[in-house]
Design a binder for this molecule. Structure first.
Ligand SMILES: Cc1cc2nc3c(=O)[nH]c(=O)nc-3n(C[C@H](O)[C@H](O)[C@H](O)COP(=O)(O)O)c2cc1C
Length: 200
């Protein structure tokens, strides 16, 4: 199986990256897994310019931005499962992960429903990654999960919008220092178990 893991932290080898590695280890413990890890702060993924070219409203054209994203979208369609990881940045997901989700909009195919006068009255959507599995991973500095309540909700909502099946949600708090999660065996084990589920 093919897993694509998106590391939405600018700190390589730190908390989010470590938890994602545990998810990958868990997946590898059950089956043959091919993994592509995408460090969102290293990849050439330009900021979405909001032109809507990719949407049904503008005829679902190719994104005009020339960067790594066209290849990533192609490989996402060939993948079986995803890991989306992010630190809590100002109570939200990181800018890198937010931008990835914006740039993933070409994967949503929408049929716009119009009335006789041509006014939009609804839309039917399907996605090119429908039914694939996903694990979300969140790390934060504070100990109280309430700091990430908005983030956990919005990331889960986006996973639903892309018609993915969320198999696990990994949250780890109290990780202000770089790679502090390495001291948290319980959280690493939960991430490993999420990987087992992802591959199962
Ligand atoms: C710009 C910035 C904003 C942050 N905002 C919050 C926050 O609102 N709440 C919180 O609990 N932690 C916050 N943190 C701390 C990170 O969520 C925490 O250190 C996390 O474990 C970082 O993961 P990483 O090491 O993988 O980057 C923030 C960190 C940065 C750099």
């Amino acid at each position: 199986m093919k897993i694509m893991a998106f590391v939405g932290s600018p700190r390589k080898g730190s908390n989010v990256d470590t938890l994602i590695d545990s998810v990958i280890e868990g997946a590898k413990s059950t089956t043959d897994v091919e993994v592509e890890k995408v460090h969102l702060y290293d990849a050439d993924i330009k900021l979405c310019i909001g032109c809507l070219a990719c949407t049904a409203l503008k005829g679902g054209k190719d994104c005009p931005l020339q960067d790594d994203m066209a290849g990533i979208l192609e490989r996402m369609q060939a993948a079986d499962a995803f890991v989306f990881g992010t630190p809590n940045h100002v109570h939200s997901m990181s800018a890198g992960l937010t931008n990835l989700l914006c740039r993933m909009q070409p994967l949503i195919k929408m049929d716009v429903i119009r009335d006789d006068a041509g006014k939009i009255i609804g839309a039917d959507a399907t996605t090119l990654i429908k039914g694939k599995k996903a694990v979300m991973v969140v790390s934060q500095g504070d100990f109280s999960v309430s700091q990430s309540s908005l983030l956990l909700k919005t990331l889960a909502a986006n996973i639903t919008d892309f018609q993915l099946k969320k198999v696990a949600e990994i949250f780890s708090g109290g990780n202000l220092e770089r790679a502090q999660v390495k001291e948290k065996e319980h959280d690493l084990q939960a991430a490993f178990a999420a990987g087992v589920k992802l591959a199962g």
